[in-house]
Design a binder for this molecule. Sequence first.
Ligand code: COA
Length: 159
Amino acid sequence: MTSILELTLLPFDLSQIQALHEACWPEVPFDHLLDLLSNIVRRCEQQRAWALTALQGDRPVGFGQLSSWTRGAEISDLVVSVCCRSQGIGTALISGLLDIAQQQGFQEVEIGVAENNTRALALYQRLGFEIKQRIELDLGDGPELVLYLKLALTGQEAT
Ligand SMILES: CC(C)(COP(=O)(O)OP(=O)(O)OC[C@H]1O[C@@H](n2cnc3c(N)ncnc32)[C@H](O)[C@@H]1OP(=O)(O)O)[C@@H](O)C(=O)NCCC(=O)NCCS
């Protein structure tokens, strides 16, 4: 468990789903979110993923996961409640996930971001991630450009 002032990062568990739905994914149908998060819990139990919830007091305000794939480790599903953005919570979640990646022995971590998500891209680059690939993907809303960034962990720490 990591605490930064009143912000706490805890391993995700399904008891947080209702509050996380309201705070972070109000536009996503609950059943869809339940499927996504249940799958993440299964992967966490298999030590193939590690998911963190960010709480302010006892209120969930953010979520992110680190996944282990054959090609390496990836941070995904990063989200902070609209009301709580630009307070360092996204940075804290990434930092917590990078700590886990380091503990698990990963040497680098990948993160994907739509090219037009300029704020998230700026955040990742501020934390030292570097663009490695630019791919056109259709994630459901038609073709879009997705950037894949990587951060080498050896001797690196998120700030
Ligand atoms: C991306 C996201 C997780 C960042 O969380 P956050 O708590 O706002 O991030 P932080 O406060 O740690 O960092 C903010 C910095 O990141 C960028 N940023 C990201 N989102 C921002 C937002 N909504 N408003 C302002 N700046 C934002 C800015 O460069 C900002 O720089 P600053 O430190 O000079 O203010 C959050 O904006 C979010 O949930 N966005 C919607 C979901 C999403 O796009 N997820 C990423 C998918 S790849």
